[in-house]
Design a protein around this ligand. Structure first.
Ligand code: AMP
Ligand code: GLY
Length: 425
């Protein structure tokens, strides 16, 4: 089977690595890909918002399945585009249609969906410019910290958590006045939940689902979870506190009602569902939905999948997921993200990267590209060093040893991934 994988980050390198291990694969194309993905298939330079270009590529390369890595093309309707095109409709896309992707594309929609299906999430109200005064009054009813969220996609930056009521009111004004462009035309204000976050993943064929290994990511740039938010500085899987009892609650209270809700809404959802959860005193609550794999969570979840991932995608396409037999490694996986100095603020690109031969980690590229002199940095997050181990700390030791061996100017990584889990099992 010829497969086209869309995206260019560490998540896509992990997917390409896994897809290439399948005996069902003939040719793999990655658009646009990075220096790492080109080891497993052919990179094709392409703008993911140009659906016509994706169509032409699909036909020219005789693509038989499309896997979508990031959220934007899903929210923009790439799956609908295929289903509505006579030349493309027989080609399955792994990734939900627009009506499903809106679970990530609109926080207001996600909250309404969760309320309708009784899925535990923080209490909330949504506001626009027309009822900004009600928004301020709602803030007065809540207590600090105040959580304000841009409704739409804002490149991971659309959530503000503020301690001061007056600051929260001005933030609401700024957001509704276009701070995040159209994404903040509507603002969701919600109650603050206190606990430890984790990411749970499922795949669904639109009827049934399978839960994948959970993970925990580390979003802040600084050690001890301080400083600015990033795309993710590292991740571990499994998550020690996500024991059977907790995961049973996640399935019963969150995963199953979500999938049943999608079925009830007649939403044709074929792909990954990412549940951003928070553990509040032993009970899981939903912070957000995403409609794709996480990054860097993919770099620790995918290595723990032992069975053939293309077979899994075929089950999703055929709506036979219930019969699928997915096997997971009992071993742990951890990843440490190496980033460009300055990230998530300004940073420079084009720095030469030296990667020695490494046998006890998997080196997933994120922001890298090839030029005449070798591999150079091309983004803020540069390389995810993933390792398997008996437990997450054993895995982290290997990732840290190898992150020390990979060099580029101004490299930075957090030295404390997993720190908060150390004394809790
Ligand atoms: P989101 O983009 O929805 O994942 O939000 C970004 C981050 O804000 C989350 O990862 C949480 O750390 C935090 N956050 C969002 N909503 C809440 C909430 N209701 N209570 C506490 N923290 C939250
Ligand atoms: N690591 C969080 C995300 O992929 O959104």
């Amino acid at each position: 089977m010829n497969i086209l994988l869309l995206g260019s980050g560490g998540r896509e390198h992990a997917l390409a690595w896994k897809i290439s291990q399948s005996n069902k694969i003939s040719k793999l194309f990655i658009a646009p890909g990075n220096a790492g993905t080109s080891e497993f298939g052919e990179n094709i330079e392409l703008n993911l918002s140009d659906f016509k270009a994706i169509k032409n590529l699909t036909i020219e390369k005789e693509i038989e399945m499309v896997i979508v890595g990031p959220e934007q093309p899903l929210v923009d309707g790439i799956s609908d585009y295929f289903l509505n095109d006579k030349d493309l409709k027989a080609i399955p896309v792994i990734g939900p249609v627009k009506a499903g992707a809106i679970l990530e594309g609109s926080k207001d929609f996600a909250k309404t969906f969760m309320s309708k299906y009784g899925i535990p999430t923080a209490g909330y109200k949504s506001f626009t410019k027309n009822n900004i005064d009600n928004g301020k009054a709602f803030l007065e009813e809540l207590s600090a910290p105040y959580v304000l969220k841009a409704d739409g996609l804002a490149a991971g930056k659309g959530v503000l958590i503020l301690d001061d009521l007056e600051e929260a009111k001005s933030a609401l004004e700024e957001m509704l006045n276009g701070q995040f462009g159209k994404a903040s035309n509507t603002v969701v204000i919600e109650e603050f939940l206190s606990g430890i976050e984790l990411s749970v993943f499922a795949v669904t064929d639109g009827k049934s689902y399978k839960i994948l290994p959970e993970a925990k990511d580390y979003k802040r740039i600084g050690e001890g979870d301080t400083g600015l938010n990033t795309g993710g500085m590292g991740a571990v899987s499994p998550v020690p506190f996500a024991d059977k009892e907790f995961m049973d609650k996640v399935e019963k209270r969150i995963v199953k009602p979500t999938i049943d809700g999608l079925v009830n809404e007649k939403i044709n959802y074929k792909g990954f569902v990412f549940f951003g959860l928070i553990n509040v005193g032993g009970d899981p609550w939903v912070i957000e939905y995403n409609v794709r794999m996480g990054d860097p969570e993919a770099e620790v979840v995918i290595p723990r999948i032992e069975s053939d991932i293309v077979e899994l995608f075929v089950h999703i396409k055929n709506e036979t997921l219930e019969e699928a037999n997915i096997e997971f490694s009992k071993n742990a996986c951890a990843t440490v993200m190496m980033v460009s100095g300055g990230y998530p603020g300004e940073y420079s690109k084009g720095k030469q990267i030296e990667i020695p031969e490494i046998n006890d980690s998997i080196i997933f590229h994120a922001g890298t590209r090839r030029n005449d002199s070798g591999i150079v940095t091309a983004g803020g997050r540069v390389i995810a060093v993933s390792s398997m181990g008996e437990n997450i700390f054993d895995a982290l030791d290997k990732s840290y040893k190898n992150a020390g061996l990979i060099n580029f100017e101004d490299k930075y990584y957090r030295n404390d991934i997993g720190f908060d889990l150390k004394y809790k099992g």
